[in-house]
Design a binder for this molecule. Sequence first.
Ligand SMILES: NC(=O)c1ccc[n+]([C@@H]2O[C@H](COP(=O)([O-])OP(=O)(O)OC[C@H]3O[C@@H](n4cnc5c(N)ncnc54)[C@H](O)[C@@H]3O)[C@@H](O)[C@H]2O)c1
Ligand SMILES: O=C(O)[C@H]1O[C@H](OP(=O)(O)OP(=O)(O)OC[C@H]2O[C@@H](n3ccc(=O)[nH]c3=O)[C@H](O)[C@@H]2O)[C@H](O)[C@@H](O)[C@@H]1O
Length: 389
Amino acid sequence: MASAAARVDLDGKPITGITICMIGAGGFIGSHLCEKLMSETSHKVLAVDVYNDKIKHLLEPDSLPWNGRIQFHRINIKNDSRLEGLIKMADLTINLAAICTPADYNTRPLDTIYSNFIDALPVVKYCSENNKRLIHFSTCEVYGKTIGSYLPKDSPLRQDPAYYILKEDESPCIFGSIEKQRWSYACAKQLIERLIYAEGAENGLEFTIVRPFNWIGPRMDFIPGIDGPSEGVPRVLACFSNNLLRREPLKLVDGGESQRTFIYIKDAIEAVMLMIENPARANGHIFNVGNPNNEVTVRQLAEMMTKVYSKVSGEPSIDSPTIDVSSKEFYGEGYDDSDKRIPDMTIINKQLGWNPKTSLWDLLESTLTYQHRTYAEAIKQAIAKPIAS
Ligand SMILES: NC(=O)c1ccc[n+]([C@@H]2O[C@H](COP(=O)([O-])OP(=O)(O)OC[C@H]3O[C@@H](n4cnc5c(N)ncnc54)[C@H](O)[C@@H]3O)[C@@H](O)[C@H]2O)c1
Ligand SMILES: O=C(O)[C@H]1O[C@H](OP(=O)(O)OP(=O)(O)OC[C@H]2O[C@@H](n3ccc(=O)[nH]c3=O)[C@H](O)[C@@H]2O)[C@H](O)[C@@H](O)[C@@H]1O
């Protein structure tokens, strides 16, 4: 373990321990961030969430070397007066709490808007009123669709990066019509970004906004019927992992033509650590955090995951590894999609000198090894169990 005293920031100044109020600490990103903060720094974490299953391994045994540096507070931020006290006790608040699975955006639009906008309001207010620094998690979905997607299909301009690269300080936010309730999430995230930015401009709030671009890795979401509801629809990594574990075809929504850039969670956490420990360089900025080198269509992702899973499980893939489904059938009415998401990296490079490292193949190999080790046996047992009549 690195000695905390030996750690310095990007300007060579020693890093002193701080207290972080992390809201949504029990989720996918929060669990990895807590792990990193405990194992490599001397910072303290007040971990706020309604669940703690994904950070249990960091909380329980008294023998852990970070004993006492992480405290779990089971709080629903919608209605708990303890929140302000925790924010006041901390030097920095990181807000990760949100509904952030696309299957919810068009089927539970009210919960989505409340979670991503209304519930975040008191967090911003308490930080601003108490002069506390805030790192808020937004999303690459605030960019919506690319400008290029509105050009004719055969237009050569579609190949010009000016029409698809997503830049924090230049790109517009392009959403579909109101009936396309998919955009309830992106729109709520955009409005909270604008509110935070305005708190910075008018009241001097010290903030950093993070726009993650498809961070993936172990502990993302849930496997339906094993550690989440049987009918639940998680994000694509968990959907495809579930299909592979059950030896079912992977479902390609609307032909799997949408494009995404995927980044390994551990690379992305390095970027967040730099933001935490270099406030002078991170404050007042909005950062894209993604891996522009890992772009694939969803169909290519399915093909690669099938190959990697076959390698890590030692089982040959099934005869028809993918199947096409319509978005209406898969997500229901009101779904829409981002066509392509490539992050511009200029701002994060300039401010924090950060770059992602892990290739898509390598990150899928370590993630699917984890999925196989964690779930294969449970799935086998669930399949073998006779269904109660
Ligand atoms: N994973 C990604 O690639 C990605 C991409 C873009 C944006 N984001 C954003 O990053 C943040 C974290 O994402 P994640 O992937 O870790 O999601 P996650 O669902 O795994 O984690 C969110 C956590 O917030 C908690 N939470 C939600 N509402 C709460 C409430 N009212 N009170 C207390 N806790 C509450 C949940 O229980 C969950 O543990 C979200 O804001 C999300 O929109 C993530
Ligand atoms: O991760 C991000 O950066 C952001 O994007 C995600 O949105 P999206 O990438 O559309 O969601 P996924 O569930 O990861 O789906 C990716 C693509 O795969 C497709 N898909 C998903 C699941 C499936 O079984 N099959 C399938 O073809 C979807 O239609 C979509 O085109 C979520 O909105 C958020 O977690 C987050 O804000």
